[in-house]
Ligand binder design. Structure first.
Ligand SMILES: Cc1cc2nc3c(=O)[nH]c(=O)nc-3n(C[C@H](O)[C@H](O)[C@H](O)COP(=O)(O)O)c2cc1C
Length: 195
């Protein structure tokens, strides 16, 4: 079903995500594209961990490749594909760091093993071998013992604040529906794009 023209795309994507939760293997997987200041792009999959009027939130290591690229060029684009629903969402815009409180709140929901992994893995850096990673994990686990594993200063959330959102719906005749919502003042202008 094509959503009615003129609606808020965030609300529409929330509704699509809700439907995807019922059918998709990993409904929150989204491809995130960042770029260096001179425009060399890179893309990877991250999990969509927050979606509201402020934008789309995800969490990662701030010293990772994506973290460095976002530090130097705070703009990004995402694409989410729900094959089971024949739907794609695209969004692009500025990226900001989420507050420390928000990162802490999400960190608190992560299993202990994931927290230890976040401390142990110098994300995106070259490792000598697999053993080096295992050693780092063992060291971190020993360091924290039975204590709480705190939020690292190098880890946290980002929020993509979209200035454009596209909702794409598959059609068997290949004449897919594409509605692009462009932020305009307090609202959104919607246009239909050719498939
Ligand atoms: C389904 C899936 C979900 C993922 N979710 C995350 C995530 O939420 N955060 C993250 O940092 N990496 C996540 N990853 C790993 C990233 O794809 C990537 O390998 C990692 O973040 C390093 O990317 P970078 O070197 O470009 O910074 C996920 C991978 C997959 C396949």
């Amino acid at each position: 079903m094509i959503p009615p023209m003129g609606n808020d795309p965030i609300v529409l994507v929330q509704a699509w995500l809700e439907e995807a939760r019922a059918v998709a293997g990993e409904p929150h997987a989204m491809t995130l594209a960042t770029a260096t200041p001179d425009g060399r792009p890179s893309a990877r999959v991250v999990l969509l961990r927050g979606l509201d009027e402020r934008g789309l939130a995800f969490f990662t290591n701030r010293t990772s490749r994506k973290g460095h690229e976002l530090g130097e060029n705070p703009r990004a684009a995402i694409a989410i594909h729900w094959w089971e629903l024949g739907r794609q969402v695209r969004a692009e815009g500025a990226v900001e760091e989420v507050s420390a409180e928000e990162s802490s709140a999400y960190w608190a929901t992560r299993p202990r093993g994931s927290r230890i992994a976040a401390w142990a893995s110098p994300q995106s850096q070259a490792l000598g071998d697999r053993d080096e990673l295992e050693r780092r994990v063992a060291e971190v686990a020993e360091r924290f013992g039975d204590e709480d594993v705190p939020l690292p200063t190098f880890w946290g959330g980002y929020r993509l604040v979209p200035d454009a959102v596209e909702l794409w719906t598959h059609r068997d005749d290949r004449l897919h529906d594409r509605l692009r919502y462009v932020r305009e003042g307090d609202g959104w202008r919607v246009e239909r794009l050719a498939p």
